[in-house]
Design a protein around this ligand. Structure first.
Ligand code: BDR
Ligand code: CA
Length: 311
C-alpha cells in the first residue's frame, strides 16, 4: 500500500474521500489526517474529520489540527455549499475520539523526514495552507515527497467561487503558489474532472442500497450536497470533487491528463486564485504538474460503491 497523509476541510465530499481511503488498506496506508480551515472554520473541520473516522470504525486514526486561517488573508468559507456544520445531511453522533497531540504541520514534516524518501504522498482536499506552511518551515521535505495529489483549480471549466477560481485555490492562493513552485511531483484534480464525477440518482441509490451506516450516510451527504449544484449549475447530481484524489491513489488509470505548466494567479483581484494551466503548451514554462482533464465516471463510481460497502 502507498503511504498517504490526507489534508482536509470536511466537507461532505472530503468525508467520502476519507471513507474511500479507509476502506482500501491494501492500496492505501493512511498515516494520519491533517485538518485545515476551509469549507468551515477549523473547530468544525477537526470535529467532522473525527465524525468520519468513527463512522468508518477507525477511532484509532491520528487526526491533527492545522492552520486556522490562510497565510495572508481572511478565511473564506463555503457554508452555502456544505451547510452550517460543513457536514449537513446525515445526523451523525459527535465524536468521542481524541485529537492527536501536536500541530498538523509538524506531523507532516516529521513523517516526511522519518519515512523513506519518495514513499509518502500528500493528498490535499482543501486550501493548501498546511502544506505550504510545512514547505516553508522545512524546505528539505520537498524532495522527500513522493507526490502531491490534490483537488483544486479548473481550466476549461472555469471557477466555482469566482468566474475563474476554484474554492480550494481561491481561499489561499499564496499557499497554492508555494506548493506549485515546490518542485514536488504534483497531480491536480481540477473541476474539469470533478464536474464529471456526478452523483446521479442511480449512483445515489447504489450508495443507499449498500444498506450499512456508511452507505446510508454517504447517500444522505450527497443528497444534501446536490441541492447546491443542481440549482446553481443545473447539473445532474452532486460533483464528488475530493474522492477523485483517493480514487487516483487506488486506480490512476481512471484518469487522463497532461503534464504541463500550471501557475497560480496571486495578484489580480479579478482572477485571484486562477490556475493558469498551459494545456496547449503555448509557453516554454517548465511543466510542474499533471493536470487531469477526464475520468472514467462509471469506473470511478463502481470502485467507490464496491469499496464503501466494505466499511
Ligand atoms: C472543493 O471545495 C470544497 O467545497 C470541496 O470540499 C472541494 O474540496 C471544490 O471546489
Ligand atoms: Ca474539500
Amino acid at each position: 500500500p502507498r503511504k498517504i497523509i490526507i489534508d482536509t476541510d470536511p466537507g461532505q465530499d472530503d468525508a467520502v474521500a476519507i471513507l474511500l481511503a479507509l476502506s482500501s488498506p491494501e492500496d492505501i496506508d493512511v498515516l494520519g489526517i491533517t485538518c485545515v480551515a476551509g469549507n468551515v472554520p477549523l473547530p468544525l473541520t477537526i470535529k467532522n474529520a473525527r465524525i468520519v473516522c468513527e463512522l468508518a470504525g477507525r477511532p484509532d486514526m491520528a487526526v491533527y489540527a492545522g492552520c486556522d486561517r490562510p497565510l495572508g488573508r481572511d478565511l473564506v468559507t463555503a457554508e452555502h455549499v456544505h451547510g452550517k456544520t460543513g457536514l449537513d445531511g446525515p445526523s451523525l453522533p459527535d465524536p468521542t475520539m481524541p485529537m492527536a497531540e501536536g500541530h498538523a504541520v509538524d506531523f507532516i514534516i516529521e513523517q516526511l523526514r522519518k519515512q523513506d524518501t519518495g514513499t509518502v504522498t500528500l493528498c490535499p482536499l482543501g486550501p493548501l495552507t498546511n502544506i505550504a506552511t510545512a514547505l516553508q518551515k522545512a524546505p528539505d521535505i520537498a524532495e522527500r515527497i513522493a507526490g502531491i495529489v490534490l483537488m483544486g483549480g479548473g481550466y476549461f471549466e472555469g471557477g466555482n467561487i469566482t468566474p475563474t477560481a476554484e474554492f480550494n485555490i481561491y481561499v489561499d492562493p499564496e499557499a497554492a503558489d508555494i506548493v506549485f513552485k515546490s518542485g514536488a511531483p504534483i497531480v491536480v484534480m481540477p473541476l474539469d474532472v470533478t464536474h464529471k464525477a456526478l452523483v446521479t440518482k442511480e449512483r445515489n441509490d447504489a450508495f443507499r442500497a449498500i444498506g450499512t451506516p456508511v452507505g446510508v450516510a454517504v447517500a444522505e451527504m450527497t443528497d444534501f450536497f446536490e441541492r447546491f449544484d443542481k440549482e446553481k449549475y443545473g447539473s445532474n447530481g452532486a460533483p464528488l470533487h475530493d474522492p477523485c484524489v483517493t480514487a487516483y491513489m487506488i486506480n490512476p488509470d481512471l484518469f487522463k491528463g497532461r503534464h504541463i505548466n500550471v501557475e497560480i494567479e496571486t495578484q489580480s483581484e479579478l482572477t485571484m486564485g486562477m490556475t493558469v494551466a498551459d494545456w496547449w503548451r503555448v509557453t516554454d514554462r517548465t511543466p510542474n504538474a499533471t493536470f487531469m482533464g477526464d475520468l472514467d465516471a462509471d469506473g470511478f463510481f463502481a470502485l467507490l460503491t464496491e469499496r464503501l460497502a466494505r466499511l
